[in-house]
Design a protein around this ligand. Sequence first.
Ligand SMILES: [Fe+2]
Ligand SMILES: [Fe+2]
Length: 222
Amino acid sequence: MSADPALTRVREWLPTVIADPLLHARFVNSLARMEYVGVRKMVKARRSEALDCDGLQHLIEEAGHALRLKRAALALAAEAPETIETFAEEHTLAGEAAEAYLQEVDHACEELLAALPDAVRAEANYLLSSVAIEVRAAAFYPLYEEALRIAEAPFSVRPILRDEDRHLAEVSERLRAQLGSDADSTLARALAAEAPAFARWEAAMCAAIGSRSVPVGRRCAD
Ligand SMILES: [Fe+2]
Ligand SMILES: [Fe+2]
């Protein structure tokens, strides 16, 4: 994942975003929106019959990530909190693209699991899309944390990263239990579908940064 070209580009433009508090606030608000959409998807996908204590904790922790990031965004935009009041496009950086990334991963997983019986498909889809997204989170958040520390930013995403690592272990184990010997090949196909979705998010983010006349030191990828 570290060799992923989209992640390399993220590493390049993160310092530009972090250097501008209002731009950074919008970026963090976009991340908060992604965490919130993740919660919404989880609530819709998980039936009561399949929800145990770990599942409930996962849901609460993702909501906690959204709140932590929202508060960090509000602190960054302390002089103009109205600029990031909601998760609307104008209050985020490429917020629609952020949400589209999650929908794209979800739909790709749905197609991969189309042959499963109705009774288990929703839960399997939750697990497969969660693993794909948690793998990305486990690669993205350390990069972001490193950039925050270099810039001596006033907040950390380390607690979020700790939760995401645990979520990844939990959902991976459950995916294996659910799909058995098909788990590895299905996950490989899900990750192959996730990579271009993430690249589209990165391109939209890069364009949003550029459109605000912030020098990014390079052209956005097409
Ligand atoms: Fe999260
Ligand atoms: Fe998570």
